[in-house]
Design a protein around this ligand. Structure first.
Ligand SMILES: Cc1ncc(C[n+]2csc(CCOP(=O)(O)OP(=O)(O)O)c2C)c(N)n1
Length: 629
């Protein structure tokens, strides 16, 4: 760690530095980030891009009194380093360590938690209005990436800002990338501003002026840049139409320029937007060469950027390859992503069917309604969206897709615990929010071959359906050449038994097998069932086993409340059965970040926990051949 960085324990330490020292500190921070994240993994590219921007913010504003909000907050690492968390920074995203996003419980400098995109402007406006009502003086600053402006909530906030407050600073951190390249009209609009010749000229003269006269003169440059942008786009400079005074675009790596600009904007008596140009991955060539990869990744070589090759393919890859296979013979199939082509692997689909591939930006609600529209015209849209981000689109799923019985397929990637990213990214609520909607068919495959079968099945269903599958590597089973259609609502009995029936939903199948083996070692007969469908549930199977066994066990990678086990209990109740059900799933509690196996052990998602909870019911069973443990 560099000597200047070592001396930073709070923003006050930063404020003592001059510009030359600040430049040195920026270099030290970059080196420290590259080295540290090479071991922990994390959002390297976005953070390398905002080193100077974050330093300038903390130079001018005083947190925790002033409020700085980061959209998504995956780019808040430098903020963490500068606000007293340097000594714990090497624990970032590690079990028990710092979270990879801002967290109100982690530091008083984290005024707002986030992990989903598009929230910064609304929350900042809420804070600004609260300040105005309370007669406060603090500054509120929202830092949002260019891709956040593809999100509807950002625009809903902008529509409101000028009516509600006179003092709010929005920083548009424009690096032209979401995780993939930013898309759509707004991305083109920003690009036009940035590539304008007059701006380029001003940018060069800004650098010269600052070198010659120091930072104070910078404000003039900002004003002139703003004039240039206005001149160029007149009569309609987008942000001005929303009542935000627009400044920029300015070089987001020029510390004096940033500092002087923030000093100037701090005194503004009207809402302002500062357009800052930054380079994602700055200072690390591998991250500049491979923007997507270095948005967020696991450990890598700090010299070359190389990562360990993955062994098995991921569920996302199997999903995308199967979609290519099915779309080859079914021209109605179209694929939709909300700014996650690489995460969902739809970037594997795009080259095969460029006209049937749609990246709509960070706009999950729009993605679903857009899919509904296409479905009304005979297409079979597939919305590939992470379980956690599809939460955004609950109403469109109900109102647009299910109510109209439209055949949209939702492929819920990262369903279940997501691990290192933590509570903002765990996909633990989708069964709860989907299974209560009429018309929905909800499936969970036990392995990758069944995922392909479920996708083929979904395209035979005349209405909406959803498949939830986990993050990460597949089981590694043999694949059939062609996916097969599964009878809707039919569970698969893996092994028959008469004392206990164990239902292991999706990836929880190994736990079901483990528990069955333990029961058998102890002289009990266990049935193992792959439910396949959360909805419709296989009532015939439940009826059969509820009459036969002393207890049923359900395993699910989802919250227990409203989940798969709840569905089983409700159905048994409707059937008049009183067979006891042991439900294993996540408790009514937000689960922190950590390693999946550790967290499962901590919260009782194990065969051992099920075994213990089964004991009172096992006592009633007459044993044939009881063997000691
Ligand atoms: C609602 C929602 N959808 C998708 C994501 C996944 N995601 C995380 S960061 C990101 C791109 C953010 O780009 P931008 O706001 O421009 O910030 P940058 O990473 O470029 O700094 C996306 C799509 C998310 N966090 N929230």
């Amino acid at each position: 760690m560099g000597t200047l960085l070592e001396s930073i324990h709070s923003p006050a330490d930063l404020k003592r530095l001059n510009y030359v020292q600040m430049d040195e500190l920026a270099a030290e921070i970059r080196e420290y980030l590259i080295q540290t994240l090479s071991k922990t993994g994390g959002h390297l590219g976005p953070n390398l891009g905002v080193v100077e921007l974050t330093m300038a913010l903390h130079m001018v504003f005083n947190t925790p009194e002033d409020k700085i909000l980061f959209d998504v907050s995956h780019q808040s690492y430098i903020h963490k380093i500068l606000t007293g968390r340097l000594d714990r920074f090497e624990t970032i995203r590690q079990p028990g360590g710092l979270n990879g996003f801002t967290l109100r419980t982690e530091s008083e400098h984290d005024c707002y938690g986030a992990g989903h995109a598009g929230t910064a402007l609304s929350a900042a406006l809420g804070m600004a209005v609260a300040r105005d009502l309370a007669g406060g003086k603090e500054n509120v600053i929202a830092v949002a990436g260019d891709a956040a402006f593809t999100n509807g909530i950002t625009f809903e906030a902008m529509n409101n800002i000028a009516d509600q407050t006179k003092r709010l600073i929005v920083v548009l951190n424009d690096n032209e990338w979401a995780i993939d390249r930013n898309v759509g009209a707004i991305a083109r609009y920003f690009h036009r501003i940035v590539t304008n010749e007059r701006y380029k000229h001003l940018h060069d003269s800004a650098t010269r002026i600052i070198e010659k006269f120091g930072g104070k003169k910078a404000v003039e440059v900002v004003r002139r840049a703003e004039e240039a942008a206005k001149g160029m786009l007149w009569p309609s400079l987008l942000f001005e139409e929303f009542g935000l005074e627009y400044y920029g675009p300015i070089d987001g790596h020029n510390l004096p320029l940033l500092v002087e600009t923030f000093k100037f904007l701090k005194a503004a008596e009207h809402p302002v937007l500062l357009h800052v140009l930054t380079q994602k991955g700055r200072g690390f060539q591998p991250a500049l060469d491979k923007q997507k990869k270095f948005h967020g990744l696991g450990p890598y070589d700090p010299e070359t950027g190389k990562t360990e090759p993955n062994g098995k393919p991921t569920y996302s890859e199997v999903f995308a390859n199967t979609l290519v296979q099915l779309a080859t013979t079914d021209e109605r199939i179209v694929a939709i992503t909300a700014a996650m082509p690489s995460g969902t692997c739809l970037d594997l689909f795009r080259p095969h069917f460029p006209k049937r591939y749609f990246d709509v930006g960070i706009a999950e609600e729009h993605a679903v309604i857009f899919a509904a529209g296409m479905a009304t015209r005979g297409f079979r849209p597939v919305c590939a969206i992470y379980s956690t981000f599809l939460q955004r689109a609950f109403d469109p799923i109900v109102h647009d897709v299910c109510l109209q019985k439209l055949p949209v397929l939702f492929c819920l990637d990262r369903a279940g615990l997501s691990g290192d990213d933590g509570p903002t990214h765990h996909g633990l609520f989708d069964i709860g929010y989907l299974r209560g909607i009429p018309e929905m068919v909800l499936m969970a495959p036990k392995d990758e071959d069944e995922l392909a079968d479920m996708m083929a099945t979904a395209f035979q269903i005349p209405g909406p359906s959803a498949i939830r599958y986990p993050r990460g590597a597949v089981v590694g089973v043999a694949r059939k050449a062609e996916p097969e259609i599964i009878p809707v609502g039919k569970a698969e009995v893996i092994q028959d038994g008469s004392d206990v029936a164990i239902l292991g939903l999706g990836t929880m199948m190994p736990l079901a097998n483990e528990l069955a083996a333990r029961l058998e070692r102890n002289g009990y007969s266990a049935a193992v069932i792959n439910p396949r469908f959360v909805k419709p549930l296989d009532r015939e199977m439940l009826d059969l086993y509820s009459r036969r066994v002393a207890a049923i066990v359900t395993f699910e990678d989802h919250v227990k409340m409203g989940g798969f086990g709840s569905a089983v209990v409700e159905t048994l109740d409707e059937m008049g059965s009183s067979v006891p059900v042991v439900r294993i799933g996540w408790p009514d509690h937000f689960i922190e970040h950590g390693k999946v196996d550790d967290l499962r052990a901590r919260y009782g998602l194990t065969a051992d926990a099920a075994w213990l909870q089964l004991q009172p019911y096992l006592a009633h069973i007459k044993h044939r051949t009881r063997v000691a443990i």
